[in-house]
Design a protein around this ligand. Structure first.
Ligand code: NDP
Length: 400
């Protein structure tokens, strides 16, 4: 049916590539292109005899628009799947515009020198993408991603208006290290050390990092401490959900993770301000990334489950209604299937599904769009098919 150019070959990309290769009817051809060619070659060698999908590889620096354009012109993909880092989003969007190629990603643009993530930079491309007749699907991971699809599904099937959304992200996995991050450490630490915020009555309410703590009894996991964070899907859901009054995002953290993070912050290791060290400028957080375990190495060691979902409160036919929809994913089962832990898995599977929505023409709307703007039903069906089945409850415990 189509050809995808996949940029990046890290934890998330590796899962998405495995899944594209399982879905060969849609992904007839893929080209894996990243900064380190050897990683792309190793993955190709592992998969090419087990799939009908034709795989090629290329080396690309996605910070260089001309290089990207040359690669897209050579490969001629129907879609570019951006599974590199948020810093590359705009460069890859520029290259897609120049070559009139559809685009998707899993995380919104972040300038490398400021830990600030918001959609404004990417939404600014809306008209240009419309004029070029191509679409950009923003945030097709789990959160953002499936959480937006869950919201669209809740609105379509159960509510006239949604007033409250709590997004709950629980990782109860144990990798046995005192401190490690489950995806790119630099991106992860920037996210959790930033101030928290939530949307209430049409405005952002800002909190200190980890200021708001709650305990939630997660289905199939049990009670866990969780903390309110800023998260990018709040910004788009606030625009796209009619009647919304409040949206919050909570993520679970264990005490060991928090104690290590506080200590690293206190000594300056999480800073993104460059410092001079032995005549060379280094960014402390990038140095920290280099000494922490590679998230890809956590796969074989991680045991336990994740539970990510959304609790909705709103109205149907004038009556108050509750709805909770979530996915539970098991780290060890993910590793058995694709040799990755559940955090990469829960992001890589929706990345493949998002791209397949575009390749199959199920979603087709030129412009720049967040995932909750599309019909959620075909995506929800594919989640069940490709390893992320979801469950529902109509009388969940609420978060205070
Ligand atoms: P990794 O660090 O494991 O992988 C990133 C990949 O991008 C690596 O292969 C890296 O190459 C490549 N890369 C980085 N810079 C460039 C560049 N300039 N040119 C070409 N390739 C480059 O990260 P993850 O796989 O953990 O995360 C990938 C994305 O997924 C991130 O944007 C992250 O924010 C997002 N994410 C989204 C989630 C969601 O639910 N929506 C959840 C988790 C992550 P090299 O190997 O050479 O370093």
């Amino acid at each position: 049916m189509g050809k995808a150019l996949i940029i990046g070959c890290g934890g998330v990309a590796s899962v998405a590539i495995h899944k594209c290769c399982q879905n060969s009817d849609v992904f007839e051809e893929i080209c894996i292109a990243s900064r380190t060619l050897s990683k792309c070659e190793a993955l190709k060698a592992k998969l090419e005899n087990k799939t009908k999908t034709k795989i090629s590889v290329a080396k690309v620096d996605a910070d260089n628009v001309d290089e990207l354009i040359a690669l897209i012109n050579e490969v001629k993909p129907d879609i570019v799947m951006n599974l590199a880092l948020p810093y590359q989003d705009l460069k890859i969007m520029d290259a897609c515009l120049a070559t009139k190629t559809h685009y998707m990603d899993t995380a919104n643009y972040e300038p490398e020198d400021t830990a600030k993530f918001e959609y404004s930079w990417q939404w600014a491309y809306k008209e240009k993408f419309e004029e070029a007749g191509i679409m950009a699907l923003l945030g097709s991971g789990f959160d953002p991603g499936v959480t937006g699809v869950f919201s669209a599904y809740a609105l379509k099937h159960y509510f006239d208006e949604i007033n409250y959304i709590d997004i709950l992200d629980c990782n109860a996995g144990d990798h046995g290290y005192p401190f490690a991050t489950n995806f790119n450490p630099e991106i992860n630490i920037r996210e959790v050390s930033a101030k928290g915020s939530y949307w209430e009555n049409g405005a952002w309410v800002e909190t200190e990092p980890m200021e708001i703590k709650r305990v939630y009894d997660f289905p199939e996991i049990g009670p866990k401490d969780m903390y309110l964070l800023h998260h990018e899907e709040i910004e788009s859901l606030a625009l796209n959900m009619p009647g919304i009054k409040r949206i919050r995002f909570f993520m679970t953290f264990g005490q060991s993770y928090l104690t290590h993070l506080k200590c690293l912050e206190n000594v300056g290791m999480t800073s993104i301000e460059p410092i001079e060290y032995e005549g060379k400028m280094i960014v402390p957080l990038q140095f920290l990334k280099a000494v922490l375990p590679d998230p890809a190495s956590l796969g074989p060691r991680t045991k336990g489950k994740t539970n990510i979902g959304c609790i909705f409160k709103g109205k149907k036919n004038g009556e108050e209604k509750l709805y909770y929809v979530y996915n539970v994913c098991d780290h060890e089962s993910c590793y058995k299937e694709v040799e990755s832990q559940a955090i990469s898995y829960t992001t890589g599977v929706p990345a493949m599904i998002g791209a397949s929505m575009i390749l199959t023409g199920k979603w087709n709307k030129p412009g720049v769009h967040n995932i909750e703007e599309f019909d959620p039903d075909p995506f929800m069906e594919e989640l069940n098919k490709w390893g992320l089945p979801w469950k529902e409850s109509f009388n969940p415990d609420l978060v205070e």
